[in-house]
Design a protein around this ligand. Structure first.
Ligand code: O2Y
Ligand code: MN
Length: 598
C-alpha cells in the first residue's frame, strides 16, 4: 500500500483492468531479487551459471520473435500528429488507449503484477526523476533492479504527493488456469505496442519482454519521455556516454558522446588509454541528462545504474572493463551456454568449445551454420562493478561537461576529428551525423548515409525539428564560453585501398587528448571550410607506428568536392524534416556551401 494517493489509485486502476492473481510491491532488497531469480530457475525460465566461473549470474533465452527493440511498433501518441513529426510512428492517443485497454483487459490473469518504484538518477538528486513500472514479468523486475535504483527508498522520496511517471508493462500473455507457462511469454509482433503519451507523460508497453521495449526506465522514460520534459524544463536528455579524462598532471575534463549503434560507444566509455599517464573513468555508457548548474555550465548525470551491453564482440581485448563489469551478479540474455555452465558468444576472444547450447536452447557445435549467441545478446551488469567507474558517477549534481562528441561510421569524407566554430555550428554537426548503411542490414541503400541527429532519431519523444531547435535554444541560455565545445569524430575512415586508417579502441585516447587541449585553449589547429582540424602533427602519435604521416594526412583530409556532394545530401535530409527544421541550421548549411565554394 502506498501513502501516495495518486500512486495507489493508479495501481488499483491498472490492477482492476489487468486482473492479476497477486500484486507485489518491490522493496529493492537483494533477498527479494534472489527469491525472484530462484523462482525463475525453478520454473525453467532461467539457468544459474556456474558459481565458480560467474558468481551470482543467470542466463535467460528469449522467444525468437522477441530479441530487440521494435521501432516499427514504437509510437509517440501526441494529441496532434504534427507534434510527433516525420520520424516517429504516430497514433491518435484516444484510439491507442482504446486498443491498449482492450488488449490489457485481463492480460495479467494467472500472473503476479509487480509494482516497481524506480529512480532515474541517484535517489534524491535534484536532476533525478521517479517512475513506477507495473509489470507482469519477473525478468523485467530483476533487470530493473540492476538498471535503476528501485524500492522503498524511492517510495520514501516520492512521499505523499510527489510526481512520478506511470509506466505500464505487460508481456501480453495471460495464463489460463492450469496452463503451463512459456519460458518467455510474449505477444505476436502485430500485438506489440511500445506507446508513449508525451502530453500525459505516460508509457504503456504491451507484448514484448525484451530490453528497451520492457525495461521502461531506459529508452522509453530516460530518452523519449525525458526529452519532452527536458524541452519543457530547459535541459537535455541525450543518448550519450559520459567519461572523465584525467591528464598526467591531474587535470580533469568530462566528455559526453553521441554515436549511432555499432560505433563502439560502450568501448569508448570504458576506454583504456594507450598514452602514458592518461586515465579514463566511466560515468555512463548510454544516456546523459544534462542540466544547467548555478555556474551556468551544463552538468551531466547518468540516470541509469547498470549497463545493458551488447555481448557479441565484447572481449578482454576489445573492452576489458565491460568484461570485468559482467563477471558477477549479471543477467545474460540470449548468450550461448557451455557444458560447464559458463556463457560464450561470438567475439568473446577465445574459440567456442566443442559443444554449446545456443541462444535458442538447441545443441550447437563449431560446425553449426548459425551463430551460437544472438547478435543482440545482452549482459545486464551493475555499473558499480565497472573497474573504472568514476568515484563521482553518482554525484547528485552531475559533472560539468567540457566537450560533446558526435560521430558515426564513415569510410570517406569525414576526417578523424574536427571542432565546430561555435555552438550553432556544433548543433549543425549533430544534425548531420550518421553512419553508412552496411551490408549487415538487408537494404538496397548499402553505402548511403543514414543520418541520425545526435543518435536520437528513435528516441526523440517529439518532432525532430523542434528537438534541434531546443539544442539551439540551450545555446542561448548561457554564455558561449560556458558551453561545452563540440567535436565531430570518425574512427572509421578508410584508405582508397580499403584499409582502416585509424586503429581505434585505446588509441582513441590520442584524439581525446587533442580535444581536451582544444578545450583548454591549446592544441594546434587549422581553420577549414568544415571546422577546425588538427594540424598533421597535433595528434600525439608517440609509440604508434601503425599510423604513418601519410595516413594522418589522409585522415585529416577535407576534400571539397566530396563535401559539396555531402552538402547536397544534407540539404535533402534537412528538407525531409519539413517546415519545423530550424532556419539557423539551413543558415549553417548555406555558410558551409559558401566556404566550400570560396
Ligand atoms: O534491443 C534492445 O532492446 C536494446 S537497445 C539498447 C540497449 C542498450 C543501449 N542502447 C541501446 C540502443 O538501442 O541504443
Ligand atoms: Mn543506446
Amino acid at each position: 500500500m502506498a501513502t501516495n494517493v495518486k500512486l495507489q489509485t493508479w495501481v488499483d486502476q491498472i490492477a482492476s483492468m489487468t486482473q492479476p492473481d497477486a500484486i507485489r510491491w518491490i522493496k529493492g532488497t537483494e533477498e527479494e531479487k534472489q527469491e525472484l531469480l530462484d523462482a525463475m530457475v525453478a520454473s525453467g525460465m532461467a539457468t544459474k551459471l556456474n558459481e565458480s566461473k560467474h558468481p551470482g549470474c543467470y542466463l535467460f533465452r528469449s522467444d525468437p520473435s522477441d530479441v530487440a527493440r521494435v521501432e516499427g511498433r514504437t509510437y509517440i501518441a501526441s494529441v496532434k500528429e504534427e507534434d510527433a513529426g516525420p520520424t516517429n510512428n504516430w497514433i491518435d492517443p484516444v484510439e491507442l488507449k482504446k486498443t491498449l485497454t482492450s488488449l490489457s483487459t485481463g492480460c495479467m490473469k494467472g500472473r503476479t503484477m509487480y509494482v516497481i518504484p524506480f529512480s532515474m538518477g541517484p535517489v534524491g538528486s535534484p536532476i533525478s526523476k521517479i517512475g513506477i513500472e507495473i509489470t507482469d514479468s519477473a525478468y523485467v523486475v530483476v533487470n530493473m533492479m540492476i538498471m535503476t535504483r528501485t524500492g522503498d527508498a524511492v517510495l520514501e522520496q516520492l512521499g505523499e504527493d510527489g510526481e512520478f511517471i506511470p509506466c505500464i508493462h505487460s508481456v501480453g500473455a495471460p495464463l489460463e488456469e492450469g496452463a503451463k507457462d512459456s519460458t518467455w511469454p510474449c505477444a505476436p509482433m502485430d500485438k506489440k505496442y511500445i506507446a508513449h503519451f508525451p502530453e500525459e507523460k505516460m508509457i504503456w508497453s504491451y507484448g514484448s519482454g525484451y530490453g528497451g521495449n520492457a525495461l521502461l526506465g531506459k529508452k522509453c522514460f530516460a530518452l523519449r519521455i525525458a526529452s519532452v520534459l527536458a524541452r519543457e524544463e530547459g535541459w537535455l536528455a541525450e543518448h550519450m556516454l559520459i567519461l572523465k579524462l584525467t591528464d598526467p598532471n591531474g587535470n580533469v575534463k568530462h566528455i559526453c558522446g553521441a554515436f549511432p549503434s555499432a560505433c563502439g560507444k560502450t568501448n569508448l566509455a570504458m576506454l583504456v588509454p594507450t598514452i602514458p599517464g592518461w586515465k579514463v573513468e566511466t560515468l555512463g555508457d548510454d544516456i546523459a541528462w544534462m542540466k544547467f548548474g548555478s555556474d551556468g555550465r551544463l552538468h551531466a548525470l547518468n540516470p541509469e545504474a547498470g549497463f545493458f551491453g551488447v555481448a557479441p564482440g565484447t572481449s578482454m581485448e576489445s573492452n576489458p572493463n565491460a568484461m570485468l563489469s559482467c563477471a558477477k551478479n549479471t543477467i545474460f540474455t540470449n548468450c550461448a551456454l557451455t557444458d560447464e555452465g559458463d556463457i560464450w558468444w561470438e567475439g568473446i576472444g577465445y574459440d567456442a568449445p566443442e559443444h554449446l547450447i545456443d541462444w535458442q536452447g538447441k545443441d550447437w557445435t563449431p560446425n553449426s551454420s548459425e551463430v551460437a549467441a544472438h547478435k543482440n545478446a545482452r549482459f545486464t551488469a551493475p555499473a558499480n562493478q565497472c573497474p573504472v567507474i568514476a568515484p563521482d558517477w553518482e554525484d547528485p549534481n552531475g559533472v560539468p561537461v567540457d566537450a560533446i562528441l558526435v560521430g558515426g561510421r564513415r569510410k570517406t569524407t569525414i576526417p578523424l576529428v574536427h571542432q565546430s566554430f561555435n555552438w550553432n555550428h556544433g548543433i549543425f554537426m549533430g544534425a548531420i551525423m550518421g553512419s553508412e548503411i552496411t551490408a549487415a542490414v538487408i537494404s538496397d541503400k548499402v553505402g548511403q548515409v543514414r543520418r541520425d541527429p545526435f543518435a536520437m532519431l528513435p528516441f526523440i519523444g517529439y518532432h525532430v525539428g523542434d528537438y534541434l531547435q531546443h539544442w539551439l535554444d540551450i545555446g542561448k541560455a548561457t554564455d558561449e564560453d560556458k558551453l561545452p565545445k563540440i567535436f565531430y569524430v570518425n574512427w572509421f575512415r578508410k584508405s582508397e585501398d580499403g584499409k582502416w586508417l585509424w586503429p581505434g579502441y585505446g588509441e582513441n585516447s590520442r584524439v581525446l587528448k587533442w580535444i581536451v587541449e582544444r578545450c583548454s585553449g591549446e592544441g594546434k589547429a587549422v581553420e577549414t571550410p568544415i571546422g577546425y582540424l588538427p594540424t598533421v602533427d597535433a595528434i600525439d602519435r608517440s609509440g604508434l607506428d601503425s599510423v604513418s604521416d601519410e595516413d594522418m594526412a589522409e585522415l585529416l583530409t577535407v576534400d571539397k568536392e566530396e563535401w559539396k556532394a555531402e552538402a547536397k545530401s544534407i540539404r535533402a535530409h534537412f528538407t525531409s524534416y519539413g517546415p519545423k527544421m530550424p532556419r539557423e541550421l539551413f543558415a549553417e548549411l548555406d555558410a558551409l556551401e559558401a566556404r566550400l565554394n570560396a
